[in-house]
Ligand binder design. Structure first.
Ligand code: SF4
Length: 287
């Protein structure tokens, strides 16, 4: 493989850029093209990540109903999440037990764990129906959950907003549902700027008519942005700079580690990373 082109296959996206910013080495492991081992084929999403996926799917199903002029149903949405989460725990019980209790796997109670996951998903979905959705009832549907790729200065960019609408005032509104707990390592500005750029390129030339919203299904709160020319300039620059680095640097040393206990403890690649293991106190020899 030609190392100098190793990461040119990675389209720029807010999630790839955030990963790269938080820890370049994690980006390297995530996107490294490898023919080796079974590292990726046996990937099981963590309970928190899977819960987020299921809540998104459940809400997307209801938004699709709304797009077809039908009513949305809280019960249908929660039933879907319950079925999916029960199936997930049943199939992955052994792995989950391993993750949540390294010292005594006998203590893992899969029924109670499933009930807790389902309860959390139901709370997110209820919050969506009661607090978030009323903000969209009078909007005009444009698109939802569609993965879009477009070019910025000949660099491929991918976005996948959860919902695009027009408000009664004529504003173009891009919204993403956020199910995760607040993460102090994340930078929501990058994602909001990327959505603003997409809206600007694809739908709305007037920046002052663009609204970007991150809707937090845990709390019912919104992050809101009306993009400025400076936001668009910044995200364009970041796309160009990130892509230039990814396409020109292919060796692992170029992607430095940035270990902290919080980051490394949650990192799927800790078993490959000596620096991360040193920070969390693991024994590299045992991995
Ligand atoms: S374990 Fe830590 S330092 Fe290593 S790749 Fe993951 S986040 Fe980065």
């Amino acid at each position: 493989m030609d190392g100098s082109e190793q990461f040119s296959h990675v389209n720029w996206s807010a999630s790839a850029a955030q990963l790269f910013q938080e820890c370049p080495r994690r980006f390297f492991y995530r996107y490294q093209q490898t023919e080796s081992t079974g590292d990726y084929s046996e990937y099981t999403p963590s309970p928190g990540a899977y819960l987020g996926t299921v809540v998104h799917e459940s809400l997307a199903g209801q938004v699709a109903r709304w797009a077809r002029g039908k009513n949305i149903h809280l019960q249908t949405a929660t039933d879907y999440a319950k079925d999916e989460l029960e199936r997930y725990v049943e199939v992955n019980a052994e792995t989950i037990a391993d993750w949540i209790d390294h010292t005594d796997e006998e203590t893992f109670d899969s029924d109670s764990f499933t009930r807790s996951l389902v309860r959390t998903a139901r709370n997110h979905i209820r919050q969506f129906f009661r607090v978030i959705w009323p903000h969209f009832g009078d909007h005009r549907y444009i698109a939802h959950e569609t993965r879009q790729t477009f070019d910025v200065a000949e660099e491929p960019v991918t976005v996948q907003p959860d919902l695009c609408t027009r408000s009664p005032e004529g504003d173009f509104v891009v919204t993403d549902w956020k199910t995760g707990a607040f993460d102090r390592f994340s930078n929501p500005t990058i994602q909001m700027q990327a959505y603003a750029l997409y809206a600007h390129e694809a739908y709305e030339p007037e920046l002052s008519r663009i609204r970007v919203r991150l809707a937090h299904t845990g709390s019912g709160e919104f992050d809101r942005m009306v993009p400025t020319t400076e936001d668009i300039r910044r995200v364009r620059d970041q796309i160009t700079n990130d892509r230039a680095f990814w396409a020109s640097q292919g060796d692992v040393e170029s992607y430095e580690t940035d270990p902290t206990i919080q980051k490394c403890n949650q990192c799927s690649y800790l078993h490959r990373c000596i620096d991360g293991q040193a920070v969390v106190g693991g024994d590299p020899e045992s991995n």
